[in-house]
Design a binder for this molecule. Structure first.
Ligand code: FAD
Length: 377
């Protein structure tokens, strides 16, 4: 009989993992918190659909900052259902992936015939008929269950228990560490090393009459800048792509999840993003400003923006670092049949937009499972 694999989360990594496992003959059940179905091409519409973002997700972005909303994709496709699919190429891609890419260099995106396509559309679309792949949406996993030191299944929020021979957490960088902690796994490194790309949006009146919805990207060193037109505003968004700072996912005394990014703790990071804001502002000085820092107040303004506004970049990574929390197969150290495969296993945040690297990670890890003979009947 085929081994039963439970994949928690049908997002970017979960879609790749489930498709690869089912195609190889495993009996796969995907348990996804959000909804199913494809999303509209319009990004703002897609992100506002119920079940397409994790509801009431609050995080602290900087030390002693307030709790603010964080946008994290939900439903089948996860982040890929609501993101623009930027897939900037800054070096050769060494690992395989099946995603259709259009555009060159920094303007490269995951697109098919000019339209957005989610990772689940691509990977589930390639699964042959007749395989054992069951996708359950509206299924919030509460914790992993154990028997004799091995994972034996998961418990859903409504108390239902689903048994399996293997459990793979693909719930993303915020939720996979949280699930481990809620399951009583709090060993070295679990939840630590959480990172994001800090970004700020400078807003100007669109006096140059750039076309509605246009998006351009450029990069100078460690800073990636997105320029976009939203309504009659022109936004310029610099982001720091190699941050040093990291935070953590933890449980408080009442077992509630706390998420702290602790962005821009270091002077170097604050200086780099301040320089980029000054450069942007100098380049756009002919435009009427709507939301920009006052002269001499750039760093305070940047930290205030990072602390209090929902980020333009939602690139959470880390929390279950491969090497300290998992082995090279995403396997939890000391729990042979429990795996984590998603953006949480990056030991350091990718210095590019993280979706394609997350797919490549899932391809690489499932390839290692096949090589180990883990998926044979
Ligand atoms: C608005 C936005 C824009 C972005 N833009 C880009 C971009 O242009 N280019 C790029 O490369 N990256 C972009 N990203 C980042 C990219 O989408 C993520 O890096 C990627 O989705 C991470 O993949 P993942 O598999 O780790 O997690 P996700 O894709 O987030 O998948 C995790 C899944 O697990 C589910 N889940 C969570 N908890 C549970 C639970 N308890 N039970 C069951 N299911 C659960 C979630 O609902 C979700 O579907 C963007 C992200 C956002 C939110």
């Amino acid at each position: 009989m085929a081994k039963r694999w439970i994949v928690v989360g049908g997002g970017v990594a979960g879609s790749v993992v489930a498709a690869r496992l089912a195609t190889a003959g495993a009996a796969v059940t995907v348990l996804e918190l959000g909804v199913d179905g494809s999303t509209p091409d319009d990004l703002h519409e897609a992100a506002s659909l119920p079940g397409r973002t994790i509801e009431s997700l609050l995080v602290r972005r900087i030390d002693n900052g307030p709790l603010v909303t964080y946008t994290s994709g939900s439903g089948i496709g996860g982040g890929s259902s609501i993101n623009p699919g930027w897939a900037a190429r800054t070096g050769p891609f060494h690992h395989p992936h099946q995603l259709p890419l259009e555009g060159d260099g920094l303007q490269r995106r995951v697109l098919r015939g000019g339209s957005r396509v989610s990772v689940s559309d691509v990977y589930f679309g390639q699964v042959p008929s007749g395989v054992s792949l069951h996708i359950r949406t509206g299924s919030a996993v509460e914790r992993v269950m154990f028997d004799n030191g091995l994972a034996c299944g998961v418990e859903l929020g409504d108390g239902e228990v689903i048994e399996g021979d293997f459990v793979v957490l693909c719930a993303g960088a915020l939720m996979s560490p949280a699930l481990l902690l809620k399951s009583g796994i709090d060993g070295d490194g679990v939840g630590r090393g959480l990172q994001d790309h800090p970004s700020v949006a400078l807003k100007y009146r669109n006096d140059d009459q750039r076309p509605q919805g246009s998006i351009q990207m450029y990069r100078t060193g460690q800073i990636q800048v997105v320029e976009t037109v939203i309504g009659d505003e022109f936004w310029v968004v610099p982001a720091l792509m190699r941050p040093q700072s990291s935070g953590a996912v933890t449980l408080d005394s009442e077992s509630s999840v706390e998420i702290q990014f602790r962005l821009c703790q270091f002077e170097r990071e604050r200086a780099e993003i301040t320089n980029s804001v000054n450069e942007v502002h100098a380049a756009q000085s002919h435009l009427e400003p709507i939301e920009v820092p006052g002269a001499g107040e750039e760093t305070e303004w940047i930290m205030q923006q990072i602390a209090t506004t929902t980020p333009v970049y939602s690139h959470a990574s880390g929390g279950c670092a491969m090497g300290s929390v998992t082995d090279r197969c995403g396997r939890m150290l000391n729990i042979d049949n429990l795996f984590v495969v998603d953006a949480s296993v990056f030991p350091a945040i990718p210095s590019v937009n993280p979706m394609v690297p997350t797919v490549q990670l899932a391809e690489t890890v499932t390839g290692r499972w096949m090589a180990e003979g883990l998926v044979s009947n």
